[in-house]
Design a protein around this ligand. Sequence first.
Ligand code: AMP
Ligand code: MG
Length: 291
Amino acid sequence: MSYNKKFMVKPGEKIHLDKIDPAYTDQHESHEKALPKIQEHVARMDKLQYLLYADGDQSLLVVLQALDAAGKDGVIRHLFSGMNPQGTSVFGFKQPSKEEAAHDFLWRAHQRTPGKGEIVIFNRSHYEDVLVVRVHKLAKKSVWSKRYDLINDFEKMLSSNGTRILKFFLHISPEEQLERFKQRLDDPARNWKITDADYSERELWPKYIAAYEDALEQTSTQHAPWYIIPANHKWFRNLAISEIIADTLDEMGLKLPPTHVDMEAIRNKYHIAEQKQAGKGNGQLDKNSKP
Ligand code: AMP
Ligand code: MG
């Protein structure tokens, strides 16, 4: 079964995250054994991104959400670094600025959605407004509880404008999170990732899980599905996400656009230029020659 089918949250499905194994690796035994497949998917993603850009008719929005240290940054680094920066961008959602907070919660997200031909990755997203905002009571229930419908409408509108939306929840266990916090302490190159909030947020784990379960249940739709990705093993996380993205781009029917020029006439111009160039032989165009 494809990972697209296997990990997709069906619209209306009830979610119990504690029943989903975050250490799942399918039939794959190790990173080494899975690596050729990951590389194959990433190469396919890169090729299809070129086509998406050339085609210029559709776009892709990838949403990454997770608890701390689940690997959102790692997904971006490992899977998207081969893509052409022209046509790909990442936007990280931090605490809203004063200007952002003065607007509706979708305002900042809408400004960053991909234009035709583009891929945009949301590192955190408008979903923070039903996650951290709910857990920390930054808005009243009467406010955040209306946001699921608003998000569904917003994503439907993006979808009808040619944007494919893929939303990934990276699912890790509390044990794995603690192990990664330890690595951040032990490895000086990772010290910078530690924040004061890491341990206080960890205390709120059950509240975050409840908020995630609601979001996954209420906002996984045909046009903007959620995927729950087992993410204790970084390589399996990368394998699953790269397959889903590559398969989705494949389904989009991308093609190189037809040329708008008279190819015969252009070929003739090329041959004339080639002959002139050969006559000069020094790699310089003659200043007096007419183009
Ligand atoms: P990081 O992703 O580690 O750079 O952290 C960004 C922080 O910004 C996280 O603690 C998020 O929960 C927080 N954040 C993102 N969006 C919002 C929001 N709408 N309201 C409050 N905090 C947010
Ligand atoms: Mg963080």
